[in-house]
Each structure stands twice: as C-alpha cells, then as structure tokens.
Design a protein around this ligand. Structure first.
Ligand code: RP5
Length: 160
C-alpha cells in the first residue's frame, strides 16, 4: 500500500481481534493504513514518538483502541491535532464499560471521537476515518457511498 493516511494503534496485541475490523473496513474502502501496538502504560515512549510525529509522517486520522484503563486515545490526542477516534475494547472484567468511560469523558479542549464498544466501534471507526478523508477525495467518497448502498441492498425484507 502507499503512504498510510490512517494510523491504527492499540494498547496490546490482544486488541487486534477487535481492531482488525477497523483495518479490514479501511481495506474494503481502499484507504492506506498502518497498524501498531502502542501502549500508554507499557510503552509510553513509543506512544510519545508515535503521536508527536504522526502528522509530519503524513497521517491524517488516528484510530486508537484500548481496553480497561484505556488512556491510549486521550494520550494520543494530547500530542497531536489530528482527529483521534477512540475504540473501547471489550474487557473481561467489566465488559468494556471501563474502556468506554476511560475514553469518552475527555475534558474540554482535547477531543477524542469515541465509538461503540468492540467490533461495531472498530468497523465504524474505519468508516468514519474514511468519511473524514472523503471530504477531500471524490473517488473515496464514491467508494464510501457504494459501501453504504451495498449494505442497504444486503438487508433482507423478511427474517425467514
Ligand atoms: C490494555 O490492556 C490493552 O489495550 C488491552 O485491551 C488490555 C489488556 O492487555 P493484555 O494484558 O491482553 O496485553 O492496555
């Protein structure tokens, strides 16, 4: 793929099962992206390096997924003016409510666009990232429209 436009980061490789859905959604829409494990707690220097250089490296949107005490999206947002989309990964102990509340309630001034817990949030983060990029890319906008149209067509009239 060409120059990545979307950076998908996650707190642990155990988050990949969820975050791969963001990557697969971007694949379907033909959006170049990169994926990295970057932990706010275990690899803070890696997080600093990643977020503080993201813009100059050509990224346009960051998708950050984490579970539990999920500081990753907020910390990433504190170090870049790029849009940051946060995906709460479902945790074992609290089913992702901890992740959601850790990500969503940012203080005014440092936004994180918070998505749903789990797979739905990861898919939608991919779609939102594509929609953001599509505002200045007509070809991508057409692909996003087609994705939505195909989704509509796939809905059956009756469950039987
Ligand atoms: C968080 O802790 C990660 O985002 C992950 O969701 C959670 C558990 O990580 P592992 O113990 O599986 O590495 O930092």
């Amino acid at each position: 793929m060409s120059q990545p436009l979307v950076g998908i980061i996650m707190g642990s490789s155990s988050d990949w099962e969820t975050m791969r859905h963001a990557a697969e959604t971007l694949d379907k829409l033909g959006v170049a992206h990169e994926t990295k494990v970057v932990s706010a707690h275990r690899t803070p220097k890696r997080l600093y390096d990643y977020a503080s250089t993201a813009k100059e490296r050509g990224l346009k949107v960051i998708i950050a997924g984490a579970g539990g005490a999920a500081h990753l999206p907020g910390m990433a947002a504190s170090m870049t003016s790029l849009p940051v989309l946060g995906v709460p990964v479902e945790s074992q102990a609290l089913k992702g409510m901890d992740s959601l509340l850790s990500i969503v309630q940012m203080p005014a001034g440092v936004p994180v666009g918070t998505l749903a817990i789990g797979r739905a949030g990861a898919v939608n983060a991919g779609l939102l990232a594509a929609s953001i990029l599509a505002t200045i890319d007509d070809d991508l906008a057409a692909r996003v429209e087609r994705y939505r149209e195909e989704q509509t067509q796939a809905v059956v009239e009756s469950p039987e």
